[in-house]
Design a protein around this ligand. Sequence first.
Ligand SMILES: NC(=O)c1ccc[n+]([C@@H]2O[C@H](COP(=O)([O-])OP(=O)(O)OC[C@H]3O[C@@H](n4cnc5c(N)ncnc54)[C@H](O)[C@@H]3O)[C@@H](O)[C@H]2O)c1
Length: 292
Amino acid sequence: MYDNTSEESLKTYTFAPDLKHHLTMSKLKDKVIVITGATGVLCRAIALNLAENGATVVCLARKKEAGDALVKEITDKGGKAYFFTTDVTDIEKLKKNREEILATCGTIDVLINGAGGNMPGANVLPDQSLLDLDLDELRKAIDLNLYGTIYPTQIFSEVMIRNKKGNIINFTSVTVDRPMTRVIGYSSAKAAIANFTKWLAVEFAQKYGDQMRVNAIRPGFYLTEQNRSLLTNPDGSLTERGGKIINMTPMGRMGRPEELCGAVLYLCSDDSSFMNGQTITVDGGFETYSGV
Ligand SMILES: NC(=O)c1ccc[n+]([C@@H]2O[C@H](COP(=O)([O-])OP(=O)(O)OC[C@H]3O[C@@H](n4cnc5c(N)ncnc54)[C@H](O)[C@@H]3O)[C@@H](O)[C@H]2O)c1
């Protein structure tokens, strides 16, 4: 069985060696794709894959060093990428990003709202009850995940509305329909994103036509920095919770970041031009398994 609990597994994505040949044939050629949280584990793999498929990738993240390194990795291989520092909970920074993107790339074709994650402070632990839930922490989790999706969508879709053409991809979670124990802030924010995705899909298509669409990606479990200590022990073995997740995943393992890329590529490309308000789940069967 593939061991994806190791440090190495977080860095498995490698760029195609013959990128330039690939780019001339690409479906994403000339598409400007903005990715928030681009230096995170999943979105980094997605950024590399989209650049490999010809997109101009605009990486937005908080840490300049990691963003610059990602852009260098892409441009060294002949891909097109830019990095701008952002904070998805800060409207003024996002407005500045919009101007930076328009000045460098001229437009925005696709927005991938990747920034987000669980915040341990907004969990209710086994020895706690709802009465212990820290409401300030809950608000922070909702600010990052829900508002951190709505703000960039509102600010960057101004360009799409003007063009009557745009494509937005949100990130939800398998905890939307089957909430996981402990994780209240993150789950409720992701559930709201799932609803927002459907609402916006209808809103945009009805008001601006069939070139505007909004969909979501729903990853199952992928080992990242934010869930590593919940799912694995310091020696790399699974925690009890990690073991339960694997037992509930028919494929018997966690996902590898590159395994999300095909679904995102499909949503970004015109191959999915009639797809609107939908969610693609990539979870090794977790969502579909009854446990029996
Ligand atoms: N890893 C999983 O198993 C899993 C499962 C379901 C959904 N997701 C979702 O996938 C997306 C990517 O997460 P990941 O697993 O790669 O985790 P990650 O922690 O590696 O990436 C998340 C990124 O978001 C960034 N971020 C956090 N706050 C930010 C802010 N205020 N402004 C801008 N960026 C900010 C982080 O710096 C990080 O780079 C998230 O929305 C996450 O909720 C992940």
